[in-house]
Design a protein around this ligand. Structure first.
Ligand code: 6LW
Length: 481
């Protein structure tokens, strides 16, 4: 069965190849650090090299940034010995360009692209070295990537298929005799699709492919839905591949996807100089499906993300040797300015356990879809409680006294059996382990309320540690699928 090459909230993949090495970047929205960078040799197994935007001066997510704000839809390209990463920050002045010689970093400070309108910027170069930036809509403007200056005004180049909404995610390629313009259309929900047009120059005119959409799963019972937002790459053996986003809705009707939009891979062949997309690949389980962090070293793995920013004074491994200490900030899980450090949920079935000491504060383990949709099991001295926030409603779903000292909080997530069309996607069980390892369940909650179909937006679940009062120390966190 088709499975993601990057499971979990890794949408809007953009890919490039240099020699034998593939590199891939995804959107990261309100989270810091931004734009995870991956490496692969086979397109199936990916290792995270880092995050392109890991310095606060590279990524500003100002007050007022909400969930699903921030960084949208990057494009990664290699040209003239440098990696180029172009992205929209919808909360900080729009489009920006970053460059690096090593994709693991460091990446440059941002070059603002004030003359580039809109979202989903792409970069392509012609044989003479002219650089074309193409954005959702679809329009295009030439620019000087060294300075960010645009050369002339943006002009429309294609608006996609007649009657299709949201022509976006353009990527432009010179392949053989033609310039190919690949776009997404229909919106990033169930009608999402990929269309292509070709022309003799980078600015068109573009002739649409008679077989458009070249990829869509709309109206099918394929377990992977919302397929679109694609980028092409050629392997060293000459074969062609597409990375794209898809979602895996579960439960009854209308279906709920909880892991966000994930990265999939599909083979591409060429017929009459048009790309033909094959069935999504079935990969081995992806990265990170088992991870154990014991916080014994100062550096955190790059998979850890926080909403908005991560002030060093709030997240430290220096206060207590072998522990990660979180100091509460002004905000709670209902705000973006919360002290929260999380991992993307990558599997429909998983167990997350954390050992913490909350004798000097209050905090715990949360499943976060956004600031208005989260479940958590929270500890304070001698007491634990399971809490839920769903839209405007807040509730304590269960609580229990516990002995003083460190406790193990646990969340088990399992797919729900669908016996009724109204059944949800999964069940989230929140609780605490006793000293004997026995799991004391505090609440069993329907997972649909932490899905994109309920919460809205572009992201997926992130599970992590947080502090909302005082200081909370974390000994280890274990994520097992
Ligand atoms: C992105 C757009 C899209 O800018 O969703 O699926 C938006 N495609 O291209 C946010 O990811």
């Amino acid at each position: 069965m088709a499975s993601p090459v990057l499971p979990g909230f890794y949408p809007d993949p953009s890919i490039c190849r240099v020699g034998e090495d593939y590199y891939l970047v995804c959107s990261s929205f309100e989270y810091f650090p931004g734009l995870p960078v991956f490496h692969s040799r086979d397109l199936l197994n990916w290792t995270q090299l880092g995050n392109a935007l890991d310095r606060p001066e590279q990524l500003r997510l100002p007050a007022g940034t909400t969930s699903s704000g921030g960084l949208y839809a990057p494009t990664l390209r290699h040209h003239d010995g440098r990696f180029h990463l172009i992205v929209t920050n919808v909360n900080d002045g729009g489009n920006k360009l970053y460059t690096a010689t090593d994709p693991a970093g460091p990446w440059s400070d941002p070059i603002p692209l004030r003359g580039v309108p809109g979202i989903d910027p792409d970069l392509a170069w012609d044989e003479d070295g002219n650089c074309y930036c193409t954005v959702a809509g679809v329009s295009q403007v030439r620019l000087d990537p060294r300075t960010g200056e645009t050369l002339g005004s943006p002009y429309p180049i294609w608006s996609g298929s007649p009657a299709a909404k949201a022509p976006e995610a353009p990527h432009l390629y010179r392949i053989g005799e033609y310039w190919y313009l690949v776009i997404a259309e229909g919106g990033t929900e169930r009608c999402h699709s990929v269309a292509v047009a070709r022309g003799r120059t980078p600015a068109g005119p573009f002739e649409p492919c008679p077989a458009n959409p070249i990829l869509t799963h709309r109206g099918t019972d394929h377990p992977v839905q919302n397929t679109g937002h694609a980028d092409l790459v050629q392997a060293p053996d000459g074969s062609w591949w597409m990375v794209l986003l898809g979602a895996r809705p579960r439960g009854g009707t209308p279906g709920w996807h909880v892991l966000g939009r994930e990265t999939f891979l599909a083979p591409v062949t060429w017929v009459d100089d048009w790309p033909v997309v094959g069935e999504l690949t079935a990969s081995k389980p992806g990265i990170g499906t088992r991870s154990h962090d014991d916080f014994d070293t100062a550096d955190l793995h790059p998979r850890w993300i926080s909403p908005r920013h991560r002030p060093v004074e709030r997240y430290t491994t220096k206060d207590r040797s072998g522990w990660l200490t979180l100091h509460a900030g002004p905000g709670t899980l209902d705000d973006l300015d919360v002290t929260f450090l999380g991992l993307r949920q990558q599997d429909h079935t998983c167990r997350i356990r954390v050992r913490l000491d909350a004798s000097e504060g209050r905090g715990g383990l949360a499943v976060r879809l956004d600031e208005r949709h989260h479940y958590e099991v929270e500890a304070a001295a001698g007491h634990v409680a399971a809490r839920a926030r769903i839209g405007p409603l807040r509730s304590v779903a269960g609580d229990r006294e516990v002995p003083d000292g460190p406790v193990v909080l646990r969340i088990d997530i399992t797919p729900a059996p669908v016996q009724d069309p109204r059944d949800g996607p999964d069940t989230v069980v929140l609780g605490v382990e006793g000293p004997d390892g026995v799991f004391h369940v505090l609440a069993e909650l329907d997972g649909r309320y932490l899905s994109t179909e309920v919460a809205g937006g572009f992201t997926g679940r992130v599970i992590g540690m947080y502090a909302v009062s005082g200081t909370v120390h974390f000994d280890w966190l274990d994520y097992t699928s």
